[in-house]
Design a binder for this molecule. Structure first.
Ligand code: SAM
Ligand code: SF4
Ligand code: SF4
Length: 371
Protein backbone atom coordinates (compact mmCIF):
# COMPACT_ATOMS: atom_id res chain seq x y z
CA UNK A 1 0.00 0.00 0.00
CA UNK A 2 1.45 3.41 -0.80
CA UNK A 3 2.12 5.80 2.08
CA UNK A 4 -0.58 8.13 0.81
CA UNK A 5 -3.38 5.69 1.56
CA UNK A 6 -2.33 4.53 5.01
CA UNK A 7 -4.91 5.84 7.52
CA UNK A 8 -3.39 8.12 10.17
CA UNK A 9 -3.84 5.68 13.07
CA UNK A 10 -2.02 2.94 11.14
CA UNK A 11 0.80 5.28 10.19
CA UNK A 12 1.34 5.96 13.89
CA UNK A 13 1.67 2.27 14.63
CA UNK A 14 3.93 1.65 11.65
CA UNK A 15 6.36 4.43 12.50
CA UNK A 16 6.19 4.31 16.30
CA UNK A 17 4.90 7.87 16.72
CA UNK A 18 5.17 10.86 14.42
CA UNK A 19 3.03 10.87 11.33
CA UNK A 20 4.32 11.81 7.90
CA UNK A 21 1.31 13.35 6.17
CA UNK A 22 0.54 12.84 2.51
CA UNK A 23 0.01 16.57 1.93
CA UNK A 24 3.09 18.49 3.00
CA UNK A 25 3.21 22.03 4.34
CA UNK A 26 6.29 23.95 3.14
CA UNK A 27 8.74 25.02 5.84
CA UNK A 28 8.19 28.77 5.52
CA UNK A 29 7.85 29.80 9.16
CA UNK A 30 4.09 30.26 8.85
CA UNK A 31 2.93 27.23 10.80
CA UNK A 32 0.05 27.69 13.16
CA UNK A 33 -1.86 25.28 15.38
CA UNK A 34 -5.63 24.81 15.73
CA UNK A 35 -5.78 27.83 18.07
CA UNK A 36 -3.76 30.04 15.70
CA UNK A 37 -0.54 29.85 17.74
CA UNK A 38 2.80 29.98 15.87
CA UNK A 39 5.83 27.79 16.59
CA UNK A 40 8.63 29.99 17.96
CA UNK A 41 10.35 28.17 20.82
CA UNK A 42 11.95 24.78 21.14
CA UNK A 43 13.04 23.33 24.48
CA UNK A 44 15.45 20.46 24.21
CA UNK A 45 15.98 18.05 27.07
CA UNK A 46 19.52 16.70 26.77
CA UNK A 47 19.40 14.28 29.70
CA UNK A 48 16.78 12.84 32.04
CA UNK A 49 19.36 12.56 34.85
CA UNK A 50 20.00 15.03 37.62
CA UNK A 51 22.30 15.40 40.61
CA UNK A 52 19.46 17.04 42.63
CA UNK A 53 16.25 15.48 43.90
CA UNK A 54 14.10 18.61 44.16
CA UNK A 55 10.98 17.68 46.09
CA UNK A 56 8.65 19.15 43.47
CA UNK A 57 10.40 17.56 40.47
CA UNK A 58 12.31 14.33 41.19
CA UNK A 59 11.22 13.20 44.67
CA UNK A 60 13.65 10.71 46.18
CA UNK A 61 10.99 8.10 46.87
CA UNK A 62 10.35 7.78 43.12
CA UNK A 63 13.75 8.64 41.65
CA UNK A 64 15.69 6.27 43.90
CA UNK A 65 18.57 3.87 43.19
CA UNK A 66 16.22 1.47 41.42
CA UNK A 67 14.84 4.11 39.08
CA UNK A 68 15.70 3.28 35.48
CA UNK A 69 16.98 6.30 33.61
CA UNK A 70 17.27 6.12 29.84
CA UNK A 71 20.18 4.05 28.49
CA UNK A 72 22.72 5.98 26.46
CA UNK A 73 21.58 4.38 23.20
CA UNK A 74 18.11 5.92 23.66
CA UNK A 75 19.44 9.46 23.85
CA UNK A 76 19.50 11.57 20.73
CA UNK A 77 23.06 12.17 19.60
CA UNK A 78 24.26 15.76 19.13
CA UNK A 79 24.00 15.27 15.35
CA UNK A 80 20.41 14.08 15.70
CA UNK A 81 19.48 16.98 17.99
CA UNK A 82 21.05 19.50 15.61
CA UNK A 83 19.28 18.02 12.63
CA UNK A 84 15.89 18.19 14.34
CA UNK A 85 16.65 21.72 15.57
CA UNK A 86 17.47 22.80 12.02
CA UNK A 87 14.14 21.46 10.75
CA UNK A 88 12.24 23.21 13.56
CA UNK A 89 14.06 26.45 12.77
CA UNK A 90 12.93 26.20 9.16
CA UNK A 91 9.36 26.16 10.53
CA UNK A 92 9.92 29.40 12.43
CA UNK A 93 11.69 28.55 15.71
CA UNK A 94 13.83 31.46 16.88
CA UNK A 95 14.63 30.48 20.42
CA UNK A 96 16.16 27.27 21.74
CA UNK A 97 16.53 26.42 25.41
CA UNK A 98 18.58 23.45 26.58
CA UNK A 99 17.23 21.80 29.66
CA UNK A 100 16.68 18.42 31.31
CA UNK A 101 17.22 16.85 33.93
CA UNK A 102 20.38 18.78 34.57
CA UNK A 103 21.75 19.77 31.15
CA UNK A 104 25.28 20.39 32.41
CA UNK A 105 25.54 16.69 33.26
CA UNK A 106 25.44 15.79 29.56
CA UNK A 107 28.99 15.02 28.50
CA UNK A 108 30.52 17.57 26.09
CA UNK A 109 27.44 19.77 26.16
CA UNK A 110 29.69 22.58 24.88
CA UNK A 111 30.03 20.71 21.63
CA UNK A 112 26.25 20.61 21.14
CA UNK A 113 26.11 24.33 21.93
CA UNK A 114 28.72 25.01 19.24
CA UNK A 115 26.67 23.04 16.71
CA UNK A 116 23.44 24.85 17.58
CA UNK A 117 25.08 28.27 17.73
CA UNK A 118 26.10 27.84 14.08
CA UNK A 119 22.45 27.60 12.95
CA UNK A 120 20.54 30.65 11.67
CA UNK A 121 16.85 31.53 11.91
CA UNK A 122 14.77 31.89 8.75
CA UNK A 123 15.59 35.61 8.87
CA UNK A 124 19.30 34.76 8.83
CA UNK A 125 19.76 35.86 12.46
CA UNK A 126 21.62 33.94 15.19
CA UNK A 127 19.34 31.88 17.42
CA UNK A 128 18.39 32.99 20.88
CA UNK A 129 20.27 30.14 22.58
CA UNK A 130 19.85 29.65 26.31
CA UNK A 131 20.03 26.99 29.00
CA UNK A 132 18.31 26.32 32.32
CA UNK A 133 20.47 24.84 35.05
CA UNK A 134 20.42 24.11 38.76
CA UNK A 135 23.74 25.98 38.89
CA UNK A 136 25.69 23.21 40.63
CA UNK A 137 28.30 22.93 37.86
CA UNK A 138 28.15 26.49 36.62
CA UNK A 139 31.17 27.85 38.48
CA UNK A 140 33.26 25.29 36.61
CA UNK A 141 31.57 25.54 33.22
CA UNK A 142 30.40 29.13 32.72
CA UNK A 143 33.41 30.20 30.67
CA UNK A 144 33.41 27.19 28.34
CA UNK A 145 29.66 27.52 27.79
CA UNK A 146 30.08 31.15 26.79
CA UNK A 147 33.01 30.33 24.52
CA UNK A 148 30.91 27.64 22.82
CA UNK A 149 28.29 30.22 21.87
CA UNK A 150 25.69 30.09 24.64
CA UNK A 151 24.08 33.50 25.09
CA UNK A 152 22.34 33.35 28.46
CA UNK A 153 21.53 31.08 31.37
CA UNK A 154 18.60 30.78 33.72
CA UNK A 155 19.56 29.43 37.13
CA UNK A 156 17.13 27.70 39.46
CA UNK A 157 17.48 28.69 43.10
CA UNK A 158 14.71 27.94 45.56
CA UNK A 159 16.08 29.51 48.76
CA UNK A 160 18.99 31.48 50.21
CA UNK A 161 18.81 29.86 53.61
CA UNK A 162 21.09 26.85 53.39
CA UNK A 163 18.87 24.52 55.43
CA UNK A 164 15.79 25.37 53.36
CA UNK A 165 17.74 25.05 50.10
CA UNK A 166 19.07 21.65 51.11
CA UNK A 167 15.57 20.49 52.04
CA UNK A 168 14.39 21.56 48.58
CA UNK A 169 17.22 19.89 46.59
CA UNK A 170 17.22 16.93 49.01
CA UNK A 171 20.86 16.02 48.29
CA UNK A 172 22.48 18.39 50.83
CA UNK A 173 23.81 20.66 48.10
CA UNK A 174 24.97 23.99 49.60
CA UNK A 175 23.50 27.28 48.41
CA UNK A 176 26.95 28.94 48.38
CA UNK A 177 28.04 26.80 45.40
CA UNK A 178 25.02 27.92 43.33
CA UNK A 179 25.66 31.57 44.24
CA UNK A 180 29.26 31.12 43.04
CA UNK A 181 27.91 29.63 39.81
CA UNK A 182 25.64 32.63 39.27
CA UNK A 183 28.56 35.01 39.80
CA UNK A 184 30.77 33.00 37.41
CA UNK A 185 28.05 33.09 34.75
CA UNK A 186 27.75 36.85 35.21
CA UNK A 187 31.51 37.30 34.91
CA UNK A 188 31.53 35.16 31.77
CA UNK A 189 28.89 37.41 30.16
CA UNK A 190 26.04 34.88 30.20
CA UNK A 191 23.48 37.54 31.08
CA UNK A 192 21.02 38.98 31.67
CA UNK A 193 20.70 36.10 34.13
CA UNK A 194 17.29 35.06 35.37
CA UNK A 195 16.89 33.19 38.63
CA UNK A 196 13.92 30.86 38.96
CA UNK A 197 12.44 30.12 42.35
CA UNK A 198 9.65 27.56 42.51
CA UNK A 199 7.50 28.42 45.51
CA UNK A 200 6.05 25.47 47.35
CA UNK A 201 3.75 26.54 50.19
CA UNK A 202 4.95 25.35 53.60
CA UNK A 203 8.42 24.45 52.23
CA UNK A 204 10.17 27.59 51.02
CA UNK A 205 7.61 30.39 50.86
CA UNK A 206 9.31 32.13 53.81
CA UNK A 207 12.22 32.72 51.40
CA UNK A 208 10.21 34.88 48.97
CA UNK A 209 11.04 38.20 50.61
CA UNK A 210 14.71 37.36 51.41
CA UNK A 211 15.23 36.33 47.76
CA UNK A 212 13.68 39.57 46.47
CA UNK A 213 15.77 41.58 48.94
CA UNK A 214 19.03 39.76 48.15
CA UNK A 215 18.76 40.31 44.39
CA UNK A 216 17.44 43.90 44.55
CA UNK A 217 20.00 46.35 43.13
CA UNK A 218 21.76 43.56 41.21
CA UNK A 219 21.64 42.70 37.49
CA UNK A 220 19.83 39.43 38.31
CA UNK A 221 16.08 39.05 37.84
CA UNK A 222 14.31 36.68 40.21
CA UNK A 223 11.19 35.00 38.89
CA UNK A 224 8.81 33.36 41.31
CA UNK A 225 7.13 30.34 39.77
CA UNK A 226 3.91 28.77 40.96
CA UNK A 227 4.37 25.12 41.87
CA UNK A 228 2.80 23.10 39.05
CA UNK A 229 1.18 19.69 38.75
CA UNK A 230 3.71 18.47 36.18
CA UNK A 231 4.29 14.74 35.94
CA UNK A 232 2.74 12.15 38.19
CA UNK A 233 5.35 11.85 40.96
CA UNK A 234 5.34 15.02 43.00
CA UNK A 235 2.01 14.55 44.81
CA UNK A 236 0.90 18.06 43.81
CA UNK A 237 -1.90 19.65 45.80
CA UNK A 238 -3.60 22.92 44.95
CA UNK A 239 -3.27 24.17 48.52
CA UNK A 240 0.55 24.06 48.23
CA UNK A 241 0.46 26.60 45.41
CA UNK A 242 1.26 30.13 46.56
CA UNK A 243 -0.53 32.37 44.05
CA UNK A 244 1.62 35.00 42.33
CA UNK A 245 -0.70 37.71 43.64
CA UNK A 246 0.31 36.65 47.16
CA UNK A 247 4.01 36.71 46.20
CA UNK A 248 3.67 40.27 44.92
CA UNK A 249 1.69 41.28 48.01
CA UNK A 250 4.35 39.91 50.40
CA UNK A 251 7.27 41.57 48.59
CA UNK A 252 5.40 44.84 48.12
CA UNK A 253 4.68 45.04 51.84
CA UNK A 254 8.44 45.46 52.40
CA UNK A 255 9.73 46.78 49.08
CA UNK A 256 7.02 48.53 47.04
CA UNK A 257 6.59 47.19 43.51
CA UNK A 258 5.02 48.76 40.45
CA UNK A 259 3.83 46.82 37.38
CA UNK A 260 6.11 46.93 34.30
CA UNK A 261 5.10 46.41 30.67
CA UNK A 262 5.80 43.02 29.09
CA UNK A 263 8.94 42.83 26.94
CA UNK A 264 7.02 41.05 24.22
CA UNK A 265 3.62 39.48 23.59
CA UNK A 266 3.38 36.03 25.10
CA UNK A 267 6.01 36.62 27.79
CA UNK A 268 5.34 34.01 30.46
CA UNK A 269 6.53 36.15 33.36
CA UNK A 270 4.58 39.16 34.56
CA UNK A 271 7.11 41.89 35.33
CA UNK A 272 7.22 44.14 38.38
CA UNK A 273 9.73 46.94 39.08
CA UNK A 274 10.99 48.05 42.46
CA UNK A 275 9.48 51.50 42.97
CA UNK A 276 12.27 54.07 43.04
CA UNK A 277 14.78 51.80 41.26
CA UNK A 278 16.56 48.61 42.20
CA UNK A 279 15.66 46.36 39.31
CA UNK A 280 12.73 44.06 38.70
CA UNK A 281 11.19 40.75 39.63
CA UNK A 282 8.88 38.46 37.68
CA UNK A 283 6.05 36.13 38.60
CA UNK A 284 5.02 33.13 36.54
CA UNK A 285 1.42 32.23 37.26
CA UNK A 286 1.17 28.94 35.43
CA UNK A 287 -1.57 27.77 37.79
CA UNK A 288 -3.64 30.80 38.77
CA UNK A 289 -3.43 32.69 35.47
CA UNK A 290 -2.80 30.35 32.58
CA UNK A 291 -1.09 31.71 29.48
CA UNK A 292 -1.89 28.94 26.99
CA UNK A 293 -3.34 31.33 24.43
CA UNK A 294 0.17 32.65 23.66
CA UNK A 295 2.07 29.39 24.08
CA UNK A 296 4.38 28.85 21.12
CA UNK A 297 6.64 26.21 22.68
CA UNK A 298 7.44 22.70 21.54
CA UNK A 299 9.51 20.32 23.64
CA UNK A 300 11.91 17.67 22.43
CA UNK A 301 12.46 14.92 24.98
CA UNK A 302 15.81 13.28 25.69
CA UNK A 303 14.91 10.34 23.48
CA UNK A 304 13.52 12.35 20.60
CA UNK A 305 9.79 12.66 21.20
CA UNK A 306 8.10 15.98 20.54
CA UNK A 307 5.57 17.16 23.11
CA UNK A 308 3.35 20.09 22.26
CA UNK A 309 2.47 20.80 25.90
CA UNK A 310 4.28 20.46 29.23
CA UNK A 311 1.32 18.46 30.48
CA UNK A 312 0.98 16.15 27.52
CA UNK A 313 0.82 12.41 28.05
CA UNK A 314 1.77 11.53 24.50
CA UNK A 315 4.81 12.49 22.42
CA UNK A 316 5.50 12.24 18.69
CA UNK A 317 8.51 10.04 18.06
CA UNK A 318 10.92 11.77 15.69
CA UNK A 319 13.83 9.52 16.65
CA UNK A 320 12.05 6.60 15.00
CA UNK A 321 11.92 8.59 11.76
CA UNK A 322 15.57 9.63 12.03
CA UNK A 323 16.77 6.13 12.70
CA UNK A 324 14.78 4.54 9.92
CA UNK A 325 16.48 6.84 7.44
CA UNK A 326 13.69 9.29 6.64
CA UNK A 327 14.59 12.37 4.61
CA UNK A 328 14.66 15.94 5.92
CA UNK A 329 11.56 16.63 3.87
CA UNK A 330 9.64 13.79 5.52
CA UNK A 331 10.67 14.75 9.05
CA UNK A 332 9.87 18.39 8.35
CA UNK A 333 6.42 17.31 7.16
CA UNK A 334 5.90 15.31 10.35
CA UNK A 335 6.77 18.41 12.41
CA UNK A 336 4.31 20.61 10.54
CA UNK A 337 1.64 17.93 10.84
CA UNK A 338 1.91 17.58 14.60
CA UNK A 339 1.93 21.35 15.10
CA UNK A 340 -1.10 21.86 12.88
CA UNK A 341 -3.02 19.31 14.96
CA UNK A 342 -2.06 20.93 18.26
CA UNK A 343 -4.89 22.14 20.46
CA UNK A 344 -3.28 21.92 23.93
CA UNK A 345 -4.35 24.33 26.63
CA UNK A 346 -3.97 22.25 29.73
CA UNK A 347 -3.41 25.09 32.22
CA UNK A 348 -6.45 27.00 31.05
CA UNK A 349 -8.59 23.93 31.52
CA UNK A 350 -7.04 23.24 34.93
CA UNK A 351 -7.67 26.82 36.01
CA UNK A 352 -11.26 26.48 34.92
CA UNK A 353 -11.75 23.40 37.08
CA UNK A 354 -9.09 24.23 39.79
CA UNK A 355 -9.20 20.70 41.16
CA UNK A 356 -6.11 19.32 39.46
CA UNK A 357 -7.03 17.74 36.16
CA UNK A 358 -3.64 16.11 36.51
CA UNK A 359 -5.00 13.28 38.61
CA UNK A 360 -6.98 11.90 35.72
CA UNK A 361 -4.16 10.73 33.46
CA UNK A 362 -0.52 9.81 33.86
CA UNK A 363 1.62 12.68 32.54
CA UNK A 364 5.30 12.73 31.62
CA UNK A 365 7.83 13.92 34.17
CA UNK A 366 9.40 17.37 33.90
CA UNK A 367 12.92 15.87 34.13
CA UNK A 368 12.19 13.77 31.02
CA UNK A 369 10.34 16.30 28.88
CA UNK A 370 12.44 19.31 29.97
CA UNK A 371 11.16 22.21 32.06
N1 SAM B 1 17.75 21.01 36.22
C1 SAM B 1 17.59 22.29 35.65
C2 SAM B 1 17.05 23.27 36.65
O1 SAM B 1 16.57 22.86 37.71
O2 SAM B 1 17.11 24.45 36.36
C3 SAM B 1 16.72 22.30 34.40
C4 SAM B 1 15.52 21.41 34.38
S1 SAM B 1 14.24 21.86 35.53
C5 SAM B 1 13.05 20.62 35.20
C6 SAM B 1 13.60 23.34 34.78
C7 SAM B 1 12.79 24.24 35.65
O3 SAM B 1 11.57 23.60 35.98
C8 SAM B 1 13.44 24.61 36.97
O4 SAM B 1 13.48 26.02 37.12
C9 SAM B 1 12.55 23.98 37.99
O5 SAM B 1 12.54 24.71 39.18
C10 SAM B 1 11.21 23.97 37.29
N2 SAM B 1 10.27 22.97 37.83
C11 SAM B 1 10.44 21.65 38.00
N3 SAM B 1 9.36 21.08 38.54
C12 SAM B 1 8.45 22.06 38.70
C13 SAM B 1 7.12 22.12 39.21
N4 SAM B 1 6.50 21.03 39.65
N5 SAM B 1 6.48 23.31 39.21
C14 SAM B 1 7.09 24.42 38.75
N6 SAM B 1 8.34 24.44 38.25
C15 SAM B 1 9.01 23.28 38.24
FE1 SF4 C 1 16.93 18.38 38.87
FE2 SF4 C 1 16.08 20.68 37.89
FE3 SF4 C 1 14.33 18.79 38.56
FE4 SF4 C 1 15.66 20.01 40.48
S1 SF4 C 1 14.21 20.96 39.06
S2 SF4 C 1 15.37 17.80 40.31
S3 SF4 C 1 17.58 20.40 39.53
S4 SF4 C 1 15.79 18.67 36.96
FE1 SF4 D 1 1.67 25.78 26.88
FE2 SF4 D 1 0.57 23.51 27.76
FE3 SF4 D 1 1.65 25.26 29.50
FE4 SF4 D 1 -0.66 25.85 28.24
S1 SF4 D 1 -0.33 24.20 29.70
S2 SF4 D 1 1.11 27.23 28.53
S3 SF4 D 1 -0.29 24.89 26.23
S4 SF4 D 1 2.74 24.12 27.90
Amino acid sequence: MSEKFIPIADQRILRGGAVIPAVRQPANGLLSDTLGRPLHDLRISVTDRCNFRCVYCMPKEVFDKDYRFLPHSSLLSFEEITRIARLFIAHGVKKIRLTGGEPLLRKNIEHLIEMLAALRTIDGEPLDLTLTTNGSLLARKARSLKDAGLQRVTVSLDALDDAVFQRMNDVDFPVSAVLEGIEAAHQAGLGPIKINMVVKGGMNDQEIVPMARHFKDTPFIVRFIEYMDVGSSNGWKMDEVVPSAEVVRRISAEMPLVPADPNYIGETAERWRHAGGGGEIGVISSVTQAFCSDCSRARLSTEGKVYTCLFANHGHDLRALLREGRSDEEISAAISHLWQLRGDRYSELRTASTDGLGKQERKVEMSYIGG
